[in-house]
Write a protein that binds this ligand. Structure first.
Ligand SMILES: NC(=O)C1=CN([C@@H]2O[C@H](COP(=O)(O)OP(=O)(O)OC[C@H]3O[C@@H](n4cnc5c(N)ncnc54)[C@H](OP(=O)(O)O)[C@@H]3O)[C@@H](O)[C@H]2O)C=CC1
Ligand SMILES: O=C(O)[C@@H]1CCC=N1
Length: 265
């Protein structure tokens, strides 16, 4: 069993812990502790065999792999607290923080600690995350981090300079796709469905569209061509959406999110 400490049991930290406790595969490999300053907010995790505490130092001492999931502005305080307990020979630090480079964390921990960035998303809670992992010279550490995040969904190792782009496309992406589903549901209600039915149809259709790409390895436009019957209703709706800037709005939103990460701290 590997001991994992998730430091910062907020939205993402909780999602990671839930995913690690949810499947037999993950639960048999990882013993998880989650910390936050107000642990009573996440006591429910204890029902799943997860240890919950406000003691970062003890959590670090008992762990091999440290996953940092505090907000970027909270990192200085956290590292100051745990620094005496960090053992460079033993610990691997995987940081989920948007916009915080591994070098920035190394300046706080002191050199010699194996640190790499990871960018999962909240679908980790149901083992459907997309996690981008920063390529690192510490190959053994990289292997261990990949193995852990493989239990939470898909993983992709990428160069450091793409970590911001991966944050927007993969992590913020959950919110972007969900907003599309909400809008589609609202449209569905306007054309006659009750809210729950509209949401089911929109969500399952989004899942089917993704699966078409993932399973057949095709391009979105190939699949779109199969739906757009000549003179039909799909192309009419699609063109109206594009006249109103659908693709452009998505691309602009992704670019703006990416630009603002530089100043996130
Ligand atoms: N939310 C997401 O979808 C994603 C988030 N991220 C990154 O993950 C990080 C967390 O984001 P998110 O979960 O949204 O934020 P949250 O604010 O929900 O979570 C941060 C948590 O850290 C805890 N915390 C703060 N200081 C300490 C400390 N010194 N010791 C222990 N726990 C502490 C806070 O709880 P308390 O106040 O009780 O201590 C809080 O619950 C960010 O850096 C973000 O960039 C990355 C990918 C996706
Ligand atoms: O919004 C944020 O800053 C964090 C990082 C990616 C998802 N949530």
């Amino acid at each position: 069993m590997k001991n994992v400490a998730i430091l910062g049991g907020g939205n993402l930290g909780t999602a990671l812990a839930q995913g690690l406790a949810r499947t037999e595969e993950a639960a048999s490999k990882y013993k998880v502790t989650v910390t936050r300053r107000t642990p009573d907010h996440i006591r429910h995790l204890e029902d799943k065999g997860i240890t919950v505490t406000d003691d970062n130092t003890e959590a670090v001492k008992g762990a091999d792999l440290l996953i940092i999931a505090v907000q970027p502005a909270q990192i200085e305080g956290l590292i100051e607290e745990i620094k005496p307990a960090i053992d460079p020979q033993k610990h691997i630090i995987a940081s989920t923080m948007a916009g915080v480079k591994s070098e920035d964390i190394a300046k706080l921990t002191g050199s010699g600690v194996r640190i790499l960035r990871v960018m999962p998303n909240t679908a980790a809670a149901i083992n459907q995350a997309m996690t981008c992992i920063e390529k690192t010279p510490h190959k053994e550490a990289e292997k261990e981090v990949i193995a852990l995040f493989d239990t939470l969904g898909e993983t992709l190792v990428i160069n450091s300079e793409l970590m911001e782009a991966s944050t927007v496309l993969g992590a913020c992406g959950i919110a972007f796709f969900l907003r599309y589903i909400r809008a589609a549901s609202q449209g569905g209600i306007e054309v006659g469905f009750h809210a729950e039915e509209a949401q089911l149809i929109a969500s399952q259709t989004a899942l089917g569209a993704s699966a078409l790409l993932l399973e057949s390895n095709s391009h979105p436009e190939q699949e779109i061509d199969k739906v757009t019957t000549p003179k039909g209703c799909t192309i009419a709706g699609l063109n109206e959406m594009e006249h109103n800037g659908l693709s452009s709005a998505l691309i602009k939103g992704i670019k703006l999110s990416c630009d603002m990460i530089e100043n996130i701290r």
